[in-house]
Ligand binder design. Structure first.
Ligand code: ATP
Length: 293
């Protein structure tokens, strides 16, 4: 089987005002592989030969079967996993270990129950010893941005799941990182709240101008949110496709019923299922230029 990922490029249709990504590379993974050694002496080949460039301010999602190494990849980018082969470059410099220029949101908001919303958001600023007055100002701005103005003094138990996750997003952005990593951030939410959070996150992404790398199990969420969707093979995780999503921005929920949206989700599902066929008679049959290996 070819190791080169399928590249699908579609004509860019984004309006210039919403074209967030720049030409500079924010995150570069070069031939990254990861083998876990378990306590029983068994080895687990989690990732193999991952090479990926993410442009500054780009929104990139990754999809793949359970256990294919998505979280491992995110942990490597986030500096939480330092034992791996290959290179990680963040804004051009080789990195290993925790990085202040990254914010991470996990599936569970993990708020400290004894701290208020404001105090939770301020936690990384305290750990990083940032100027308190500026951090408080920024926390208020972020809580406004995530739609939680007026909730500063509430405690986590007084919030819904979606609100708690919005606090987690504000907390991840308090130190103004340029890269936001999200591991199934809305996986625990009901479908309606999830759609709402998708819209909120797009607004936040646009206002805060971050590079976003998001893991999701939802193909439609990946298409709706992203500039590109990375498709991974089952373990050991490899990149099998890198699909540019050329849908107009700004995006709203009407997009979900558009034909082009359905075409993307169908194609990604086929790639995940491994039944993407090479078109007979050359490339370019669906939605513009399509290049197959
Ligand atoms: N600390 C660890 N020690 C040993 N094996 C691990 C460790 N962490 C992950 N693995 C294994 O590595 C593989 C990839 O795990 P990972 O969590 O990255 O996958 P994933 O794609 O994020 O899965 P999911 O979609 O279910 O969250 C899995 O087989 C998992 O069991």
């Amino acid at each position: 089987m070819s190791m080169t990922p399928t590249i699908l490029e579609f004509p860019p249709t984004s309006s210039s005002a919403w074209r967030a990504s720049t030409d500079s590379i924010a995150v570069s993974l070069q031939d990254v592989s990861k083998i876990y050694a378990t306590a029983s002496g068994e080895t687990i080949n989690a990732l193999h030969g991952i090479s990926l460039d993410i442009r500054a301010q780009e929104f990139v999602s990754v999809i793949g079967a359970s256990g294919c190494g998505k979280t491992t990849l995110l942990r490597i980018i986030g500096g939480l996993e330092t034992q791996y082969n290959g290179n990680l470059l963040l804004t051009g410099s080789k990195r290993s270990g925790p990085n202040k220029d990254i914010g991470i949101v996990f599936q569970d908001a993990n708020l400290l129950p004894w701290r208020t919303v404001l105090q939770n958001v301020l936690l990384p600023a305290q750990v990083l010893k940032l100027d308190r007055k500026q951090a408080i100002e920024r926390a208020f701005w972020l809580l406004d941005l995530v739609g939680l103005k007026g909730f500063e003094k509430k405690y986590p138990f007084e919030l819904s799941g979606g609100m708690r996750q919005r606090v987690a997003i504000a907390r991840a952005l308090i130190h103004d990182p340029s890269v936001l990593l999200m591991d199934e951030p809305f996986g625990a939410l009901d479908a309606l709240t999830r759609e709402h959070m998708n819209l909120e996150l797009l607004k936040i992404w646009h206002s805060a101008r971050k590079t976003v790398f998001m893991i999701t199990h939802s193909i439609s969420e990946a298409v709706f949110m992203s500039d590109r969707v990375i498709v991974m093979s089952p373990r050991p995780g490899r990149i099998i496709a890198d699909v540019t999503i050329g849908l107009q921005r700004p995006r709203n929920l009407d997009l979900l019923s558009e034909a082009a949206f359905g075409d993307y989700t169908r194609r990604l599902r086929h790639l995940l299922d491994g039944d993407e066929k090479k078109p007979e008679g050359g490339a370019g049959v669906v939605l513009g230029r399509v290049q197959y290996d």
